[in-house]
Ligand binder design. Sequence first.
Ligand code: SAH
Length: 348
Amino acid sequence: MKTSLYGYRLNELVELLSSRGEPKYRAKQIFDWIYKRRVTDVSEMTNLSKSLRDQLQHDLMLTSLHEVTRQVSSFDGTTKFLFALADGATIETVIMPHDYGNSVCVSTQVGCKMGCKFCASTLGGLARNLTTGEIVEQVVHCQRLLDAKGERVSSVVLMGSGEPLDNYNAATAFIDIITDPEGLQIGQRHITLSTVGIVPGIYKLADEKRGITLAVSLHASNDESRSRMMPVNKAYDIASLLEACHYYYNQTGRRITFEYALIKDHNDNLSDARKLAHLIATVPCHVNVIPVNYVPERELKRTSIEQIQAFVNELQRLGVNATVRREMGGDISAACGQLRAEHANGRT
Ligand code: SAH
């Protein structure tokens, strides 16, 4: 597979071009074509010489995502794409329109090896990591669609399929590229990376002092329950995870977001809420309570709306900053991995 032009940071593109005897400003010109004018073909880059365009076309690729299906929610305009990659693997990307702007949810891997018991993305294991270019192109593709409406991608969440910290270099290069002031200019503060809780990755991210929000999939108030649902907890238990969260906050000044999916009779009673409040009492944080999404292959029951509210109220009563995550695209299988799983099973 050729390397994608979307896989280069600006300084890397400068190096690539200077190794071919091209001046520095060429890299900025190319960045301009791909991120500001959002062309889909190198031949459109008319201020580059014909020979440079030919070279780029020969050695690199630009677009590699092929839209297989697009579903638009009639409830809230959430748009979900299933993309085929150059090797035929498929991934999902979602655009969620909010009153404050459009948020894009990107995938970072084809499948996932984390094995969380409630998640559709991990059902077939990990096929491969996405390249930096494949992650960046998901955002560019969404921006092109929004261009028609004169709108922008205003925030990005790394919450699609895959574990971003299991594809660390590509995930962080992706963040560098989409935040570049010469490119898409998405603010660091408008990026959220969600992790299953890979502790060494959290330390590394903290030491790089990015201004992004770290979301941690906690989903339990004790190790026994978390290990049952999330095998990663056997490698990095809750205590070590929370220590890493403290470190992240101290290094970056960014509050942690904890994600807590409520599963009926597993982790949703008020004593769980109290244990959770106690556990995270010293971490500057926000808790996102998520009603678990239905996954046909998993036997999970949803907590009732009343119980979800009672759970959140209990957290708030104990001083925890908690909200229920608004569900989007309820009519279009917008939950993680659902569309891809349906496609693989011949249901789309
Ligand atoms: N691997 C990363 C990011 C991908 S999943 C992580 O684990 O955080 C994004 C979020 O969706 C995670 O919090 C994940 O636990 C959650 N999730 C997965 N399956 C779900 C389901 N069926 N219902 C609700 N949330 C789910």
